[in-house]
Write a protein that binds this ligand. Structure first.
Ligand code: SF4
Length: 225
């Protein structure tokens, strides 16, 4: 519906949202995954004090935490918010830390969705790194959408393909996620991330073998405590 916005550059969209329409009311939500450095770099060029929300689930790769620290220092980001799950919810639903094996949707709710909802309270909009090229379910992604919670979702890279991603990393000499060299193309929790098999889409290593392709932060809420 909003494809007419495609000619706008990602930087142009971001600047208009951060400095204009949603000034002081917008946050970048970043997984510090394989392509996250692009938006983090763009945001740092516009306003280094833009809030950056990172969901520290307690199940991430150590390499992701190291990459987060590297990028924050390199880009001079000054409003980094590493969000952890509620201790009460962990004690009630995942005391052994193995819920991901039995009920990954509930685990994602406790470790990702609920903490994100709390972190975004007071914000009217958030920025994501989703792209149409990631998988078939994202093929109709728009630059600007209204999320299930009524909040505006800005997807500046919605129309980006592999060539543009690679060109941006090269042009700005951005460091890569350490696990990319080992074949990981989409990186979430260590417990639920595998390398994709050859030829499969980039996100196919997430919850591999399960009928689950999203953690739920972009879907209507199923569980809220
Ligand atoms: S990705 Fe896995 S470990 Fe991480 S929150 Fe979801 S189910 Fe839990």
């Amino acid at each position: 519906m909003l494809d007419f916005l495609e000619p706008l550059s990602a930087e142009c969209v971001l600047e208009s949202m951060i400095m204009g329409r949603f000034r002081g009311k917008i946050a970048l939500v970043s997984s510090f995954g394989t392509e996250s450095a692009i938006l983090l770099h763009m945001v740092s060029q516009i306003d280094r004090a833009t809030p950056v929300v990172f969901l520290e689930t307690g199940k991430l790769f150590a390499e992701t935490l190291e990459y987060r620290d590297e990028l924050v220092a390199l880009l001079g980001l000054t409003n980094m918010r590493s969000i952890r799950p509620s201790g009460q919810q962990l004690a009630a639903y995942d005391p052994a830390g193995t819920l991901w094996q039995k009920d990954p949707d509930l685990c994602c709710a406790i470790r990702k969705t609920n903490p994100l909802d709390a972190a975004l309270e007071g914000f009217s909009a958030w920025i994501t790194g989703r792209k149409r090229s990631q998988n078939a379910k994202r093929a109709k992604l728009e630059l600007v959408e209204t999320g299930p919670d009524g909040r505006t979702t800005v997807n500046p890279l919605a129309f980006w393909d592999e060539a543009r991603i690679e060109a941006y990393f090269a042009r700005h000499h951005l460091p890569r996620h350490p696990l990319q060299a080992q074949g990981y193309t989409s990186i979430g929790c260590a417990t639920c991330t595998a390398r994709p098999i050859d030829g499969a889409d980039k996100r196919s290593g997430r919850w591999a073998g399960l009928d689950k392709t999203e953690c739920g932060i972009h879907l209507p809420r199923q569980f809220a405590a």
